[in-house]
Design a protein. Structure first.
Length: 279
């Protein structure tokens, strides 16, 4: 079902006159989708492949004393470090050099290396560098995918999956066994850097809001729940001005939801009788 089709079905269901396809209707459609998602656990499966990325070298801590420059050679494909304090560093390699100013408390700084490189700690203030690591192999061209150097690989599921709400179960490997080495927290999966292989997850989805700019795009909801949307859209749109009529559609929504949950098909006649004789 597209947003345009939902609009047409809602009009035919409960509105004799014109119903604009506007922000008000869009809001009712998204609220209807959220109602369905809250009533039923809607899940999806996703597979990731993780390649182990062990550090080539690691320095746990460097304390730079302000007022003097200190240089350190680096080699490999990439590096990562955490910075504490205020200062700057200069990274020099075959393709030139650049300076980075920082003022932070434990923020990561990562970048790729061009063959042999020198990093120079400069600045008037003293600061601390922790977990400075280099990697001989990095399996991505994105700077953000360079490992943190703390011994773990982290998959941010909210970043990787826009419709991610929460994990439905623990991650499994290619054989279907639970990944006992995985730590799950705050929408992330944390694995030892040494782990390589497939990861499979089942996660609860959250609805993706439709857009007025693409009314022909499909609404993000399983097909079996599509008949519920016009009912709840009508409920929201009528709730303020015609609460009794709105309640009728809400009750029909609840009936249909219960029937769909049992695996049956539900239909109803579009009739509502109030004290004024509307039908």
């Amino acid at each position: 079902m597209t947003l345009k089709e939902l609009h047409g079905e809602t009009c035919a269901l409960a509105f004799d006159d014109f119903l604009a396809l506007d922000d008000r209707f869009l809001s009712s459609a998204y609220r209807a989708m959220r109602a369905v998602y809250n009533s039923r656990k809607i899940t999806a499966e996703k597979k990731f492949y993780v390649r182990g990325c062990l550090p080539k070298t690691k320095i746990s801590e460097i304390r730079h004393k302000g007022g003097r420059a200190e240089s350190l050679p680096l080699s490999g494909k990439a590096f990562s470090m955490r910075l504490y304090g205020k200062g700057n560093i200069v990274v020099s390699g075959p393709n030139g050099e650049f300076m980075k100013d920082f003022d932070c408390n434990g923020d990561y700084y990562k970048d790729f290396l061009d063959a042999d490189t020198t990093i120079t700690f400069v600045g008037l203030s003293s600061y601390t560098v922790c977990d400075l690591v280099t990697f001989e192999e990095v399996f991505s061209s994105n700077r953000s995918d360079i490992p943190d150097g703390d011994g773990f690989t982290v998959i941010d599921l909210r970043e990787a999956l826009p419709d991610f709400l929460s994990l439905d179960s623990m991650p499994t490997d290619a054989s279907g066994k639970t990944l006992t080495a995985a730590v799950v927290y705050d929408g992330k999966i944390k694995l030892p850097d040494s782990y390589s292989g497939e990861i499979s997850i089942v996660y609860r989805k959250r609805p993706m809001q439709p857009s007025l700019y693409s009314p022909e795009s499909r609404i993000d909801i399983p097909a079996e729940y599509e008949p519920l949307l016009p009912l709840y859209c009508a409920y929201y749109l009528l709730l303020e001005d015609e609460p009794e009529k709105a309640e009728f559609y809400r009750e029909e929504y609840e009936k249909m939801l219960a029937v769909i949950g049992r695996g049956f098909v539900y239909s109803f006649e579009n009739k509502y009788l109030d004290t004024n004789g509307w039908a």
